[in-house]
Design a protein around this ligand. Structure first.
Ligand SMILES: C[S@@+](CC[C@H](N)C(=O)[O-])C[C@H]1O[C@@H](n2cnc3c(N)ncnc32)[C@H](O)[C@@H]1O
Length: 219
């Protein structure tokens, strides 16, 4: 656990972080326990991915995250981006069984508010709805929402045109690595392979790959 009380591991995946997680924390997996602060928020990425996200979003003014969950990656981005920038957090939080409580959304809002720099705009919508009214250049885009192949392609197709030259896009769960969870047939893996490896896309290149994270830059 780090000094801000957030835990950086991916539940139920075969990674050293998961294997090291105390049993008690695994039993308290429901977001209600994060919202009521009976456990830290669960990051759905590894500690090395966490560092890579922060390295690539450092100093950015317009940061967009598609797929927020309990807010661990959102907090990571807010901590390092420009203090006068804006972090747009897109997630409909539709997976909650008790919509009127929506513990995941509450846990995320509490977590992200731990950092006071940069403005935060919550967009409680699906990314394909949010994009309809979007019109700003983006410095850093994190795609971690719908993990189906169609969902990842859709997010890429609808959002990448807003990324300014020199801006970056990070895909999560998009790369196979030793003892990792992604598989050949997973949506993000297939999309990243076809866009950036099989026939590299003009004006885009892979600049960093860490565990399941692939970061591309608009040249
Ligand atoms: C893997 S989790 C995100 C994990 C988070 N980025 C982290 O690293 O801690 C996926 C999230 O995407 C959201 N989601 C699914 N489809 C979406 C879409 N089309 N637009 C925005 N969010 C979506 C889900 O509600 C869920 O909270």
């Amino acid at each position: 656990m780090d000094n801000q009380g957030k835990i950086v591991f991916r539940p139920f995946m075969d990674t050293p972080e998961v294997l090291g997680a105390p049993e008690k924390l695994k039993r308290l997996r429901h977001p209600l326990f994060a919202w009521t602060r009976l456990r830290p928020i669960f990051a759905q990425h590894t500690s090395l991915e966490h560092e890579a996200l922060q390295r690539n979003a450092r100093g950015c003014r317009c940061v967009v995250e598609i797929g927020v969950a309990e807010g661990a990656s959102a907090l990571a981005l807010r901590e390092v981006m420009a203090i006068d920038g804006t972090l747009y957090l897109i997630d409909p939080f539709h997976l909650s069984r008790f919509r009127w409580i929506n513990a995941q959304k509450r846990a995320a809002k509490t977590a992200v508010s731990r950092c006071a720099t940069a403005k935060v705009t919550w967009i409680d919508e699906f990314s394909f709805d949010a994009v309809r009214s979007w019109d700003r250049p983006i410095d850093f885009l994190f795609i971690d929402g719908d993990h189906t192949e169609e969902g990842v392609i859709r997010d890429w197709s609808e959002w990448h045109r807003f990324v300014r030259p020199g801006g970056r896009v990070a895909f999560h769960d998009a790369r196979i690595f030793e003892k990792g969870w992604p598989k050949e047939g997973d949506g993000p893996v297939k999309v990243v392979n076809s866009l950036f490896r099989d026939q590299p896309l003009h004006n885009w290149r892979i600049i960093e790959e860490v565990h399941s994270l692939v970061i591309v830059e608009r040249t």
